[in-house]
Ligand binder design. Structure first.
Ligand code: SAH
Length: 248
């Protein structure tokens, strides 16, 4: 099955962009995923092909017009009724690896990319749209966010990554960060690879990795650790202080 990506954007030339190379590029050639871009401007109704207007109530910037967005979304939905529509917006629900995995197991995804100040709010009241954020940062447009979501989905598609487990052992897959990695040389700038990783003792290695996953998650991402363990959150700076104290 081909995973169908449809991108609604004012800048279709930004796609596939970096997804033309490496794993995702090869997977595109092998038709493991397909890409359709929809130029939002094609759905403008006036002769100037206007897609935005000044914000009601005043203020800076421009707002993408509801009627134009709705026409573009309806077109995409008609074409791919089985694909969820995601709108990229800092107001959305932060994307998670669990949601990415679900999306990658579906038939595809339609992604609406904003520009300017964003979308007329009524689009969310009248259309079935999942609002998604890629983090507490502000991009100049939804396109890099869409590339990020797509990249994360594509690498999980069957046959895209070499080893079948390489997707399942990773950060966030079990609610924890991944353990640290090392590779040759055994000694570099006076630092050696932890002895346990050279022991060949698979049970010890697994135990060490699990312990490092737990410790690193607790110290670096107390929010994830709380979800995983049910333990109360300690502030990250407090946690780091504590680690320094114990390291001394
Ligand atoms: N005025 C908005 C920012 C608009 S940025 C605000 O303050 O919230 C322009 C576009 O970039 C948005 O419409 C959205 O599509 C995209 N964008 C910016 N930051 C994003 C983020 N963190 N996640 C997803 N999309 C983002």
């Amino acid at each position: 099955m081909t995973f169908a990506a449809t991108i609604l954007t004012l800048y279709p030339e930004m796609f596939p962009g970096p997804l033309r190379t490496s794993l995702a590029g090869r997977a595109l050639e092998e038709q493991r995923w397909s890409l359709d871009t929809v130029q939002i401007r094609d759905f403008a109704t006036d002769r100037h092909r206007t897609v935005d207007d000044t914000p009601a109530g005043g203020g800076a910037g421009m707002v993408m017009k509801a009627n134009v967005l709705a026409a573009a979304i309806d077109h995409a939905r008609l074409h791919r009724p089985e694909c969820p529509v995601l709108a990229m917006t800092p107001r959305g629900k932060p994307i998670t690896q669990a949601r990415i995995r679900e999306l990658s197991q579906g038939s595809g995804v339609t992604i609406l990319c904003g520009r300017f100040e964003g979308f007329d709010e009524r689009i969310f009241e009248t259309r079935d749209i999942e609002e998604v954020s890629v983090g507490d940062i502000v991009l100049s447009g939804g396109e890099p966010a869409a590339l990020m979501v797509l990249d994360a989905c594509i690498r999980l598609l069957p046959g895209v990554m070499g080893a079948p487990d390489s997707g399942t052992e990773e950060s966030f897959e079990n609610g924890l960060l991944e353990y640290p990695h090392y590779t040759r040389p055994q000694e570099w700038e006076g630092r050696t690879i932890p002895e346990v990783l050279r022991s060949g003792d698979h049970a010890r290695i697994a135990a060490w990795r699990k312990q490092r996953q737990e410790e690193d998650t607790r110290l670096r991402r107390p929010d994830l650790w709380e979800l995983h363990s049910g333990a109360p959150v300690q502030s990250a700076s407090g946690a780091q202080r504590k680690k320094k104290e114990t390291d001394q």
